[in-house]
Design a protein around this ligand. Structure first.
Ligand code: PGA
Length: 282
């Protein structure tokens, strides 16, 4: 069975103290739920400036766990390296995501960060085309597709966001809107192992208005169909996430919807215990 992907999107929140505390809380919860990692991939998308610090926290945790798991008789360097590799590859508590990247590898783009830099600092995922970036940074589908190509060229998994606004939903044009958005935002040039699509209706983000189950199911089915029909030659696996006002009380039900492989969580993810509870419920 596919592991569910649960993404925490901190957006522009937090500070160094918050980062460390959130990680401590996460690890504390994990102590009583060690098998969580086998069922769920927890991904944290945090502001660029905190990524390095979080990577260090994760590494420190992996080293401590590897040390704990060493056999009593034979504590040598090879055994430690083996245990550490196992921790990092299979048992690390969290994967990291950037909230954006530029489509060029380097150059005169003041204020931007490339996909290569995002990998170097420890990310395996990058969120692209979030509606807040489409709105405030004028990102078009074409830009999102270029960024996704840059990410895939660096072996980072893009989490490509799509979703309609309230007007489009009220006009009942949401299916054709998301269809067009997806076709233009997902690249067809680069072969990928895994691509994640996050359906986030704009009218639901941060509002407390969650679509009903059949609305989510309808959209997830459409996204799956498009991926199977239009992109199957380009990516081996597609994961579909739902995002928009997910909280502890509604997460389980949403995750049970057909074709929903995970969640993208904004506000609720700032509370680590709530985020962990959602992972646990998956
Ligand atoms: P929300 O945000 O959970 O606060 O609605 C979701 C998102 O924007 O990714």
């Amino acid at each position: 069975m596919k592991k569910k992907i649960i993404v925490a999107n901190w957006k522009m929140n937090g500070d160094f103290e918050f980062c460390d505390q959130w990680f401590l809380d996460f690890v504390k919860n994990l102590q009583n739920n060690k098998n969580l990692i086998e069922k769920v991939e927890a991904v944290l998308a945090l502001p660029f400036v905190f990524i390095d610090n979080m990577t260090a926290n994760i590494m420190e945790y992996c080293i401590e766990e590897a040390e704990k798991n060493l056999s009593k008789e034979q504590k040598n360097k090879e055994e430690f390296d083996e245990k550490l590799e196992e921790m990092i590859l299979l048992k690390k508590p969290l994967s990291l995501a950037a909230q954006d990247c530029h489509y060029e590898e380097k150059g005169a783009f003041t204020g931007n960060v490339s996909a290569k830099m995002v990998v170097e600092v420890g990310c395996e995922y990058v969120i692209l085309g979030h509606s807040e970036r489409r709105q405030y940074n004028f990102e078009t589908n074409e830009i999102v597709a270029k960024k996704a190509i840059a990410a895939l060229n660096q072996d980072i998994v893009p989490i490509i966001c799509v979703g309609e606004n309230k007007e489009i939903r009220d006009e009942k044009k949401h299916l054709e809107f998301v269809y067009a958005q997806l076709l233009k935002s997902v690249p067809k040039e680069v072969k990928a192992k895994k691509i994640v699509i996050a359906y986030e209706p704009i009218w639901s983000i941060g509002t407390g208005n969650v679509p009903n189950n059949s609305q989510i199911q309808e959209m997830a089915a459409l996204i799956r169909k498009i991926c199977d029909e239009k992109f199957k030659d380009f990516a081996e696996e597609f994961f579909i996430l739902y995002g928009g006002s997910v909280d502890v009380s509604n997460s389980k039900e949403i995750l049970a919807i057909n074709n929903v492989d995970g969640l993208l969580i904004g506000k609720t993810s700032l509370n680590c215990n709530d985020f962990f509870e959602i992972c646990k419920n998956s």
